[in-house]
Every structure is written in structure tokens, then in C-alpha cells.
Design a protein around this ligand. Structure first.
Ligand SMILES: [Fe+2]
Length: 303
């Protein structure tokens, strides 16, 4: 760890020399150089956490609230991943694993299959607390990881990982390279959409009414309330066929959200996602966002 002191301090989304250096050297999986966080970084965490706490009480699902409690997150300081993992691992076997940036799709899903969650360690600039299109440690640790303490949810993430494995296997049997890439791109798009409308932006029907379980909602001060109360949002019971064919955009509040009945329901849906894949129903999903990068496609082909 001592060698990290050679970097200027600061692990801010827009400026982090340690992260830039890791990327330049091709290091995707990294340590969390905790001593590099500045007072401003900790202050950004504190303000985000303080803003979200009353909103979580009102709009988050109970599994998430139990998770926040189990992880013993400090409201005042950016968490140490080792501390988070000490509470998390005994519950579901999941661990938060520090990364330097975007993890190509197959590697991301493969990590989930191994109960490892690729975790961003930078934190947003304190001038832009509410909306951030890219993940930061608040989104990943305060938005995602509390759910990973729940066994049914954790098993669902592993099932997602297994789907990616099935996808890679399925396309590897296709001889024609053009057809292989077309089908793979479509399957990755379908998986990304399904992940988006569930893990990132999902709503759940509970005995107290609708609650959020999607991490994009649970880490956004503005969108959490909007997602559950605004008449501008369409909220429908989830249908697999709809979700995998539905485009989405990441640069504004979501106008359409899908509702699950619980995590057993979500697990069952991921099972159906895999079955649909095997039956060829994801080979030609509707065009539109998200775009699938070459890095995402290559990550599947190289598996
Ligand atoms: Fe996320």
C-alpha cells in the first residue's frame, strides 16, 4: 500500500491519477488505496448518505434496509471494501472487488457467477451529487451491495452469471462468424436490458405498496422519489419478452419501470431468460439502446 502514496490524493470520478495509472497499465482488478481519499471525497459520501437515509426508509424494500443495517456502513466516511466484505461474505458468500473502470460484459457476469461484485472505488464530485451516468462507490456500495446480503437476491445474481456462460456456449457452436456476432450482440443486448430493468431500476410489489430494489434508483436522491410517485413514470408488472425488447436511455430519469413480486419471482425470471436464450428467442431482439461494444462481444468470444 505504501507505494500508492506516490500518487496525488483524490479518488474523484473526474480526477483520480491512481485510477488513470491502473488503466494505463492494464490493471482492471486493483486494491482500494484508502489513504488517497480526500476530506472532500469523504464529505461527498457523507452528504449522499445523509440525503438518502430518509428516502430509503420511505421507498426502499425491506431486504435492502436489512442489508444496510447488516453492513454497518459508516454514514460519515467512504467505506473500506475489506470492512464491507467482513460483514457481507458470511451472509451470502458475495464480496465487493475493486476495479479501475468498465468491466467487459462477460467478465462482469463471470464475476457474479463467482460471487464477486466489480466495484468502482472513485466517488462523484461533490458539486454533482445527484446525477451521474457512470457508477461510483456510492452507487456500487450503497446502491447495490446491501441487496447482496439477501440470499435469494444473491442467488439471482449468480443465475445471471450462469446465463452469460450459456450465451457464450451457445454462440460458440455457430460456424459463420457474421451470424455468430449478430446473435451474440442480440443476446448481450437482451441481457443488458433485463439487468437494467431489474437489478438497476427494478420496483417490487410489497405488502406496503411499491418499493424500489434497483440500485440506480436507490443511489439517486432525485430519481428514487420520482420513480415511485411521479405520474410521468409508467409502472407495469414485468414481462420478460417486453423487457428484453425494450430500449432504454441512461441520460435522464426512466419513464418506464417494471415491477416484480419478490426475489423468488426475479430468480424465476432469470431462469426463463436462460431458457429463452436456449430456445433462440433472444437471437434477434428489437434494435435500439443499449449499444453493445466490441469489447463486450470480444469478452464473450474469448471465454
Ligand atoms: Fe449499477
Amino acid at each position: 500500500m505504501a507505494q500508492t502514496l506516490e500518487y496525488p490524493t483524490g479518488l474523484t470520478t473526474t480526477e483520480a491519477a491512481f485510477i488513470e495509472n491502473s488503466r494505463e497499465h492494464g490493471r482492471l482488478y486493483i486494491e482500494q488505496p484508502y489513504e488517497l481519499y480526500t476530506t472532500e471525497n469523504h464529505e461527498a459520501w457523507r452528504r449522499l448518505y445523509t440525503q438518502m437515509t430518509p428516502l430509503w426508509d420511505r421507498y426502499a424494500n425491506e431486504h435492502f434496509l436489512r442489508g444496510v443495517h447488516s453492513l454497518c456502513l459508516d454514514a460519515n466516511r467512504v467505506p473500506k471494501l475489506d470492512d464491507v466484505n467482513r460483514f457481507l461474505s458470511p451472509l451470502t458468500g458475495f464480496r465487493a472487488k475493486a476495479v479501475s473502470g468498465y468491466v467487459p460484459a462477460y467478465l462482469f457476469f463471470e464475476s457474479l457467477r463467482n460471487r464477486e461484485f466489480p466495484t468502482t472505488i472513485t466517488i462523484r464530485d461533490s458539486d454533482r451529487l445527484d446525477y451521474l451516468p457512470e457508477p461510483d462507490i456510492f452507487h456500487d456500495i450503497a446502491g447495490h451491495v446491501p441487496m447482496h446480503t439477501d440470499r435469494a437476491f444473491a442467488d439471482t445474481l449468480v443465475r445471471f452469471g450462469e446465463c452469460a456462460h450459456t450465451a457464450a456456449e451457445r454462440v460458440s457452436a455457430i460456424r459463420d462468424p457474421e451470424v455468430r456476432i449478430h446473435r451474440l450482440t442480440s443476446i448481450i443486448k437482451a441481457m443488458a436490458r433485463f439487468f437494467w430493468f431489474t437489478i438497476e431500476f427494478g420496483l417490487m410489489s410489497t405488502r406496503h405498496g411499491l418499493r424500489a430494489y434497483g440500485s440506480g434508483l436507490l443511489s439517486s436522491h432525485g430519481e428514487l422519489q420520482h420513480s415511485l410517485e411521479s405520474p410521468l413514470v409508467q409502472r407495469y408488472p414485468i414481462q420478460l419478452e417486453w423487457a428484453v425488447n425494450q430500449a432504454f436511455e441512461i441520460d435522464h430519469y426512466q419513464p418506464l419501470l417494471f415491477v416484480v413480486d419478490g426475489f423468488d419471482h426475479l430468480f424465476w425470471l432469470v431462469d426463463r431468460l436462460e431458457r429463452s436464450m436456449r430456445e433462440g428467442k433472444l437471437d434477434n431482439v428489437a434494435p435500439g439502446e443499449p449499444s453493445v461494444s466490441e469489447a463486450d462481444v470480444s469478452s464473450f468470444l474469448a471465454s
